[in-house]
Write a protein that binds this ligand. Sequence first.
Ligand SMILES: [Zn+2]
Length: 348
Amino acid sequence: MLYPNYGRIAAKLATSCNLPPENTGADATRYVNRMTDRQHNDGMFLTVSSLSESVFWEIRDDNTAQGRPGMNQTGRQGIIDFHAHAFPDALAARAIAHLETQGKIKAFLDGRIDSLLASMHASGIQCAVVCSIATKPDQFASILNWSRQIASREIVPLPSIHPKGHDPVGKARLVEQAGLPGIKLHPYYQDFELDDPDLFYFFRVLEHMGLLVVCHTGFDLAFPRDRKADPLRIVRLLDKVPDLKLVTTHLGAWEDWNEVERHLLGKPVLMDISMSLEILGPQRAREMLMAHPSDCVLFGTDSPWSSQAETLRLVRELNLGSERERALLYENARALLAPYFEKLQHSR
Ligand SMILES: [Zn+2]
């Protein structure tokens, strides 16, 4: 099989393998096939691995996996960023400027999907979960629409439902029907408390549907320090809705890590690590990660609010051990997203 659309990759391969440029599509494909056949034990693998890892996987994915996103079959590690943000091109500049002012921080990217993809490619990340936040209930339809458009093997969109808006349950059904894996909630922007009994029915519906709920937890730098989604509220919610696929963010609760240690650590509570290693420092971050079940931690960067490459470097410097690191960077996320990838494959 040829992959003529992979001209850019093929050209890179051809250059580094000293091939005639006119035949790059075919040659690149042949090389990938050879790598696959030989289990990359020969010199060709060395040549290819000296290219950017993401280029390598782009070809591998298409060549061998046929729609197995973020996936490589080489025994080497793929990487999924479970917490990133981006905006439609027309809104990105305004949204980033507004959020920079509100949070008094500087974005690393301009907020467009293409910029996120470029950052992923540069840092060897194969797949990113893009979290949207509906700050008003009526934003649901446009966010869902955009999410459907950007859904791919590399970009996994989580639309957002305002839990206090009209018919959140009906909206959850639309998310499910769109083949998307879950939703993003933000208790500060959406002004709710995570364990509000009025929301239990909604959460039970999400639990029943098996939709992921990635929820901002802990404090937020753009808001006063009210306890809207702290570890105790997380525990209370999970007591009531125990099978909810809740992904807490920022290592359980941003800047509330004493409470995380007290109430969450060691329990089967999913956490992404975005915006935590930078603040906690390597020693405490490592202690916390080692004390938590290895199948409950997810790599996340909160891009564009941090650098993906830098967060990845911080993770690797923790020396968590190859199994734990692999679970964090890839396997746990891959397992949670498996139904999405399957639906995506069948919808083609
Ligand atoms: Zn975020």
